[in-house]
Write a protein that binds this ligand. Structure first.
Ligand SMILES: [Zn+2]
Length: 391
């Protein structure tokens, strides 16, 4: 099982300058090889492989001698990144790889395991050409180092992400049992509502940060472009953005941990977040609550723990169906927070009812033998009575 360990690093002045140059050269190689590949294809339909493009680095070094000043091992890695983006474009239909820009793109470079090491005893990283770099050892790891990615965040801090092969196999997924399954409804009023009635509120702390950012942006717009004062305010803004992101990340990790601790199987909707963000009315709050991030964290954490994560169709009618009898209430509007089922008379909380339906649909998907309803109006299906094992 591979795990990434991310540490804050403290390069000295010389190392910082070298890292900045390396970020620049990696960006340059990424853009150059992407352009070469594009032109080759457009002129005579030649398809250049990653290997062909890596060989071009030698020619580029002759043309641009400053490429020799940075760790040589990082440059082929940049070609690899470009190739990954290119392959993804073909496989998943993502957009065509974009050229990186100095100010907008992430500043990063990667060191393969043959040219880097983590010296945990002395809290130093050994990186090719940079030498020893101090890092903050907030946790130790056991395993084989695969590579180190060095990045600089927009607030100016440097980090090293170490990918480690831990040698521990991830546990086999536990059988799905109805009694330990929880349905999750993602909402705007509450961040999450679970089928057993727990409500996790939306994180609101970032509203203060948003206000501060807005105020600083106003100051920034009054300063002359390219001036030192403007740059100083920009850095302050970037620091706030990073702070906000970290707070949200922290919150999401906390939520994921709680959810996984309390249940063996989680069922959630397969939301189209990109599509929803296009809806501008909802856009800001959806982006803020970061469902995509929650999904990502749940996906890998459940794999580590041997838990099950089931996705149901995003168009499934989870909200308007009665979780007791299956009555379809088409009169329900977005403002109805609670309703009484005309079919069986059950009083429903809108979100808990949706979460119960999501749980039922998830179980049905895995265990087709389980039918959610005995028929309209004939009482509900009691999940806790059934204990079904899936293969
Ligand atoms: Zn009903």
């Amino acid at each position: 099982m591979k795990k990434a360990f991310r540490y804050r690093i403290y390069p000295n002045k010389t190392q910082q300058a070298l890292l900045q140059a390396t970020f620049g050269c990696c960006r340059f190689i990424y853009n150059k090889t992407l352009a070469i590949r594009k032109t080759a294809y457009e002129t005579d339909k030649t398809k250049l492989s990653e290997f062909d493009l890596t060989k071009k680095i030698k020619l580029l070094k002759e043309e641009f001698p400053w490429l020799r000043d940075v760790p040589a091992v990082c440059l082929p890695q940049a070609v690899g990144d470009m190739d990954d983006a290119y392959q993804k474009f073909f496989k998943s239909g993502n957009g065509y790889p974009k050229f990186k820009t100095k100010h907008r793109s992430r500043k990063s470079c990667r060191f393969p395991s043959s040219h880097c090491a983590v010296l945990q005893d002395t809290s130093r990283l050994k990186l090719s050409k940079l030498g020893l770099v101090k890092y903050k050892k907030d946790r130790e790891f056991v395993g084989i180092l695969r590579h180190i990615v060095v990045t600089q965040e927009s607030d100016g801090k440097y980090y090293a992400s170490c990918l480690v092969e831990t040698g521990v196999e991830s546990p086999k997924p536990q059988p799905v049992e109805a009694s330990t399954t929880v349905g999750i409804d993602l909402g705007l009023k509450d961040f999450i509502v679970t089928s057993d009635g727990h409500k996790i509120p939306n994180p609101r702390f970032y509203a203060i940060i948003d206000r501060r950012i807005a105020r600083l942006q106003k100051h920034e717009s009054r300063k002359q472009k390219g001036s030192k004062r403007r740059a100083r305010i920009r850095l302050k803004i970037n620091k706030l953005y990073v702070k906000k992101r970290n707070l949200i990340k922290n919150y999401i990790y906390h939520v994921a941990k709680t959810l996984l601790r309390e249940s063996q199987t989680l069922v959630m909707e397969d939301l189209n977040i990109v599509g929803m963000v296009k809806n501008h009315k909802l856009a800001k709050s959806i982006q803020n609550v970061c469902w995509g991030e929650l999904r990502r964290v749940l996906e890998y954490k459940s794999k580590w723990l041997g838990h099950n994560l089931i996705f149901i169709d995003r168009w499934a009618p989870s909200t308007k169906t009665c979780s007791c009898c299956g009555f379809h209430n088409s009169m329900l509007t977005l403002s109805d927070r609670s309703w009484t089922c005309p079919g069986c008379g059950t009083q429903h909380d809108r979100d808990v009812n949706a979460a119960l339906n999501i749980k039922r649909m998830g179980l049905e998907k895995l265990l087709p033998a389980v039918s959610g309803f005995d028929g309209r109006g004939e009482g509900g299906y009691d999940f806790d009575e059934a204990s079904i094992c899936a293969v």
